[in-house]
Ligand binder design. Structure first.
Ligand code: CDP
Ligand code: MG
Length: 669
């Protein structure tokens, strides 16, 4: 790859808050930073427009100040009429970190005027007026209050990401706005915020709403393509990094886009090792991973400037594409791939899979190199390959399982799902498939219209995948809700197992005492019980290679799910030591995710699709190969892997859903 020798670019770097910087109080320093953001010069005009308009579309480059500033402007100018301003984010991390940042900018405590609300974590109070929340949370609130009466403004941020929840919200807020107007209630103002994409489309959907463009601060980015197609993008990324590292000034930082946690951790390790063995005068390197599942104190490291004379390298998932701004990046290495949820219509299930980017995404990624000065982007694919990328990413709603969304729409009283006002309609087939899945789970009945059953109503109260909500309700009947609540909570947080690569064997050996031959669900239950037994002792977590932070989150989740059970007067009973009851219950909730071992070899066949699937190496059952299992999730890398499994009796599956297995009765061996 050719590299020219430009002089080091001039840069601004801001240090994070905490006390004083250069004798200037942090608060004042932050006000100065606020005034220097591109959006500031448009403040007057924006306020004027927002006073006048009911709906507006605000477009601006990443980093221009949309997410942090616009809600504050509305608040400062009292446009919100002392009601709440909601700002949705597709990602939890973004909602949490942005809320913290804005609270700091206002010199107030998090959770007071500025708060956040994400699934299982509500940091808001009576005082909260600027509320950052995930799009999923606002959608849940709409179930209880379809008119969103607490809000005077709803800002749907990062709209270009087109997550399934944001897409449904487009229709929900549009309807709420209309109905509030019809009833002469206080108007609901809608703002759609996006990086530069899809503008006409948004405007059309919102009755030709005006588009307000913010002047960006984008410096030119020189883009280089790989001359040859790369068969191993991970390897190519490491090679490209060291090419830059040897030739470029040390204060120019590098951002590498990869697809997921495991890949990123392994690349970070390789970089460390190669850097250690380097001779000559290359500057020192600091390398930080950045992905959603990373504990937040580690995420924050990626934002800190590197010491002088040291190059910072950030190895990130798509999270760094638009929702998070990192200073000092001069080089972007774009592998051209992303992990995405893909719907498999035949099974009705979602699959996590590595796919090619869209052109629009590639543009966003390269843009990250030119935030503060001219930069460079290395694309690890050829220009010809790029030409074959789709122009835009297909919205999630057109490629994901819709059963959860269908359940929520029904719970909001929207029964004609097929004719719901979607910006981009999912296929009728997938909508019908979703309703069919809910029907199979006993959540709906189909008469003239589709209606929620009592079970369906109960299911909708839980912020969970419908299969897991159903599992809880079966646990109620089988008197093991105590245990199943725990299992579902443990499945709702990031992994509680902490397995450092270098101490892998030791970690597995120490945790062996928790491992159950019944599978991962019972193993998780054992861990939870042991953790509770020692009252969450930190040393115990450390000794047993358990992630204490995620354990305490699981406790929290459990408390909240328990409250929902109590509010619905569901009796939380225990089955004692009888784990077969629990597995029976899992079988009855997860029967759509079942697989059986083939006679020859170690391959499993999915009972739904009849396609081969494998036990994930991290599973407690990896070496056991039971005859029949249910699982929570399928992940596709080189093969299709089942994650979080339990051993079940094929008869239980059949008993749970005879109609479903009518033509495909699991064979008993
Ligand atoms: O939404 P948009 O991408 O337009 O910008 P923003 O998220 O409001 O960010 C504006 C500025 O605030 C950027 O320069 C960020 O680096 C900074 N910021 C920060 O320092 N810490 C955060 N947690 C969020 C934003
Ligand atoms: Mg933003």
């Amino acid at each position: 790859m050719p590299v020219d020798n430009r002089p080091p670019a001039k840069k601004m770097k801001f240090s994070p808050g905490g006390g004083f910087t250069n004798g200037v109080p942090v608060f004042q320093k932050l006000q100065q930073i606020r005034r220097n953001l591109p959006i500031f010069s448009a403040k007057r005009k924006l306020i004027e427009e927002l006073r006048r308009l009911d709906t507006a579309i605000v477009i601006g480059e990443t980093g221009s100040g949309k997410t942090t500033q616009l809600p504050q402007y509305i608040f400062e100018e009292r446009l919100h009429k002392n009601m709440i301003i909601a700002i949705t984010q597709p990602r939890r991390v973004a909602a949490i970190t942005v809320a913290q940042r804005v609270a700091q900018e206002r010199g107030s405590e998090p959770g007071h005027v500025v708060g956040h609300c994400v699934r299982f974590e509500d940091m808001t109070s009576e005082k909260t007026r600027i509320k950052y929340m995930t799009d999923g949370m606002l959608l849940r609130e709409a179930i209880l209050d379809p008119l969103l009466k607490r809000y005077s403004f709803v800002i749907l941020d990062e709209a270009h990401e087109r997550t399934i929840h944001t897409d449904v919200l487009f229709g929900v807020v549009k309807q709420a706005q209309k109905r509030r107007k019809l009833r002469n209630l206080l108007p609901l103002k809608i703002i759609i915020m996006s990086a530069t994409m899809d503008v006409d489309h948004f405007s059309q959907f919102f009755n030709k709403a005006p588009v307000l463009y913010l002047e960006g601060r984008q410096f030119p980015v020189q883009v280089y393509y790989s001359r040859e197609p790369q068969s191993d993008y991970v390897f190519a990324a490491v090679v490209a990094l060291f090419q830059i590292h040897r030739e470029e000034p040390a204060d120019q930082d590098v951002l590498i886009f990869l697809t997921g946690q495991e890949e990123i951790d392994s690349v970070v390790r390789s970089i460390h090792e190669i850097a250690k063995g380097m001779v000559g005068d290359a500057p020192p390197l600091v390398v930080w991973p950045l992905y959603a599942a990373l504990p937040s104190h580690l995420q924050l490291k990626a934002f800190n400037p590197a010491p002088k004379g040291t190059r910072k390298v950030i190895v990130a998932t798509n999270i760094a594409e638009t929702s998070i701004t990192i200073h000092g990046i001069s080089f972007v290495i774009d592998t051209g791939v992303v992990k995405a949820k893909i719907f498999t219509p035949r099974s009705g299930l979602d699959l996590l899979k590595v796919v090619k980017l869209s052109k629009a995404q590639a543009l966003q990624r390269s843009g990250r190199a030119g935030r503060e000065a001219a930069g460079t982007c290395y694309r690890l694919y050829t220009e010809e390959e790029f030409q074959h990328f789709p122009d835009n990413t297909i919205p999630e709603i057109q490629r994901c399982n819709l059963s959860s969304v269908a359940l929520q729409l029904l719970a909001m009283g929207i029964t004609d799902i097929v004719n719901f006002d979607f910006m981009d309609k999912p296929s009728t087939e997938s909508l019908i498939g979703a309703v069919h899945q809910l029907h199979t789970l006993g959540a709906v009945i189909k008469e003239n219209t589709i209606k929620l059953t009592a079970t369906g109503k109960r299911m909708a109260a839980f912020p969970l995948d419908p299969k897991l909500s159903k599992t809880l309700l079966i646990a109620l009947e089988l008197h093991c809700l105590e245990e199943v609540l725990t299992i579902v909570s443990m499945l709702s947080v990031d992994s509680v197992l902490f397995t450092p690569q270098r101490k892998r064997e030791e970690a597995l050996a120490v945790r062996q005492k928790f491992v159950s031959s019944d599978g991962d669900h019972i193993t998780l239950l054992n861990i939870y019980k042991a953790y509770k037994g020692v009252k969450g002792n930190k040393e115990w977590c450390h000794e047993n290679f358990i992630n204490g932070r995620n354990m305490s989150k699981a406790m929290d989740v459990r408390k909240q799910l328990r409250q929902i059970c109590d509010s619905q007067t569901l009796a939380v009973k225990s089955c004692g030591q009888d784990t077969s009851i629990i597995r029976r219950c899992l079988a009855a909730g997860l029967f759509m995710n079942a697989a059986e071992l083939q006679r020859e070899g170690d391959v499993y066949i999915s009972l739904t699709t009849r396609e081969p699937v494998h036990i994930h190496p991290s599973s407690a059952l990896f070496r056991c190969k039971p005859a029949c299992v249910v699982y929570n999730e399928l992940v596709k890398t080189s093969k299709c892997y089942m994650r979080d499994l339990s051993v079940v009796d094929p008869d239980w599956l059949y008993e749970a859903a005879p109609a479903y297995f009518k033509r495909k009765k699991p064979s008993k061996k």
